[in-house]
Design a protein around this ligand. Structure first.
Ligand SMILES: Cc1cc2nc3c(=O)[nH]c(=O)nc-3n(C[C@H](O)[C@H](O)[C@H](O)COP(=O)(O)OP(=O)(O)OC[C@H]3O[C@@H](n4cnc5c(N)ncnc54)[C@H](O)[C@@H]3O)c2cc1C
Length: 509
């Protein structure tokens, strides 16, 4: 369906259908707006005391931290989905187009400033690998063409059955998108320099997957970054959350915070009610889970083959995040900085094979004050350090306190080596999220915050857990663990897809 097809649908002469959404994350809120604007009576239950989930914010002593999402990529998707919500994305926010998308610090001491401006890239690439600039353009163009084609034929549509997905046209497309080639093998066709190979594949970690294993299709990530750029909404990514919540309230959605759904009641093949911790329950015509899909199958619904099968799926990695309020400003941090591990492939194995972290991890630093001075008190700084690491694994011992201490020491050591020597002594306060916290605060299975279901080829498109339950046909899903995938833009798209499906399947209710 295109945006114009999503015109207002009103249940003329009928009682409004009631619909409950479990979770006020980006996915739940975007969907709530579409549904409420189109004739449904919508109520959203959220376990925490505020909306936004993994796209919310922490305020402390004048410092403002984005708790999860920090980079606004693929702005074209935000524009499309906001248009379907009846909003003009560019008018909703004060958006800054970052001239330096991020600064990369490689393990061998080299640095690279990533920019959409070819004249910024040319001398740096030529210095690192003479002759590489001429191949950089085609690599980015190819990556962006993967994005455009997969957006049109894969990400922005529902597949209602396997035959729709496995048409000869789609199979040919999957070959064109190089889903059977590894991204790391693909990048070697363009760059011999190992640092450049890392620079144009590490983005796989955004969606919780190993750059060494991910399919070449994911060249779409550097492709979109360097074509559409990276934006930052003044006020932080929480602005997206706040705008969605305000719009939802405006169109009549009701939010009930501090309320955990403990079970979904089912009867005769239908999901009929939500059951809460205090024993109370409420009945609805339709139910949508924005909460993590494997968590919902395994904790809110009766055990089934699917809930057991989800155990064997591949899960994205997790992350330890340190939010630091700093007594002084560090203006030489770019808005986004990436510090790549000295032994890149060993550090990836530690995350993805051992479900742990190496002594020398890769990590990312968000320093929003560069673009948004109000993110910290004057002459002070606000930084968040995101360190990808293995997800929770019940089959092996993981001492999170010890791992957290180790990661903190290793990160500070690397920052000191890179010129941020006195950072530790200027930390006023610290807030830390480990994989255990992601699981307990947001109910994300295995703390796999970038999915949770990973983005392997056999977990995408029709093979990703579907946005409607196969048995309880009035129970839908929205968010990063169903179609099309994780990350704020795809979660917004997920709301549009689930809405289209609800409309298609419930017009004759
Ligand atoms: C550290 C980190 C960095 C990230 N960086 C980026 C980035 O730079 N750019 C980007 O685009 N994306 C990024 N992401 C991913 C992005 O944040 C997520 O894809 C997105 O926010 C997920 O939205 P969602 O609606 O699917 O789920 P959630 O945000 O998890 O929302 C689900 C909601 O359901 C609630 N809930 C769960 N169980 C229950 C229950 N039983 N009853 C009631 N409520 C319940 C939860 O509390 C939560 O609020 C990052 C994520 C993390 C964690």
């Amino acid at each position: 369906m295109t945006n114009s097809d999503l015109k207002q649908f009103v249940f003329v002469g009928m009682d409004k259908k009631t619909i409950a959404i479990i979770g006020a994350g980006i996915g739940g809120m975007a969907l709530s707006i579409l549904l409420a604007k189109n004739g449904f009576d919508v109520v959203v239950y959220e376990k925490n005391d505020k909306s936004g989930g993994r796209c919310s914010q922490l305020l402390r002593e004048g410092h403002r931290f984005d708790l999860g999402a920090t980079i606004l990529l693929m702005p074209s998707i935000y524009r499309t989905v906001f248009e379907s919500l009846g909003l003009n994305f560019d008018e909703c926010f004060e958006l800054k187009d970052l001239s330096t998308i991020y600064k990369l610090y490689f393990g061998n001491g080299e640095k690279l400033t990533i920019s959409k401006d070819p004249e910024v890239m040319r001398p740096q690439l030529e210095r690192m690998e003479p002759g590489s600039f001429i191949r950089f353009g085609p690599y980015i163009k190819k990556g962006y063409s993967f994005f455009c084609e997969s957006y049109k034929n894969l990400l922005s549509r529902n597949f209602y059955n396997l035959f729709e997905f496995t048409t000869p046209l789609n199979v040919r497309m999957l070959f064109r998108l190089k889903v059977w080639l590894r991204h790391y093998t693909f990048v070697k066709r363009y760059f011999k320099n190992e640092n450049l190979q890392q620079a144009f594949t590490f983005q796989n970690i955004y969606v919780g997957q190993s750059p060494l294993k991910a399919p070449a299709l994911f060249a779409m990530l550097p492709g979109t970054e360097l074509t559409e750029g990276a934006l930052f909404p003044i006020g932080g990514m929480q602005q997206i959350t706040s705008r969605l919540e305000a719009e939802a309230l405006k169109v009549g959605v009701r939010f009930i915070f501090n309320t955990t759904v403990e079970k979904i009641g089912v009867e005769k093949g239908r999901a009929t009610q939500l059951i809460f911790g205090d024993g109370n329950s409420s009945n609805y015509d339709l139910i949508v889970a924005n909460a993590d899909l494997p968590y919902v199958y395994q904790n809110l619904l009766p055990e089934s083959r699917t809930s057991r099968g989800l155990e064997n799926r591949s899960y994205s990695c997790s992350a330890v995040v340190f939010h630091w309020g700093l007594k002084k400003a560090y203006p030489h941090f770019a808005h986004h900085s990436i510090f790549l591990a000295k032994d890149f492939s060993k550090s990836l194995d530690a995350i993805f094979k051992e479900h742990s972290i190496s002594k020398n991890p890769s990590f990312y630093v968000h320093a929003p004050v560069r673009t948004d001075p109000l993110a910290a008190p004057p002459d002070q700084d606000t930084i968040s350090v995101i360190v990808p690491m293995g997800h929770l694994d019940e089959k092996k011992p993981q001492d999170w306190d010890a791992l957290k201490k180790q990661v903190r020491t290793d990160v500070l050591k690397r920052l000191a080596e890179e010129g941020f020597a006195d950072l530790e002594e200027n930390i006023k306060f610290e807030v830390c999220y480990t994989p255990l916290a992601w699981k307990s605060i947001y109910n994300v299975s295995r703390g796999s915050v970038f999915g949770s279901i990973g983005h392997t080829i056999f977990q995408m498109g029709y093979f990703r857990p579907h946005n409607r339950h196969s048995r309880y046909r009035n129970l839908y899903f929205v968010g990063g663990s169903t179609n099309p995938g994780n990350g704020v833009p795809l979660v917004l798209l997920s709301a549009k897809l689930t809405y289209e499906r609800i409309l298609k399947e419930n017009l004759q209710l």
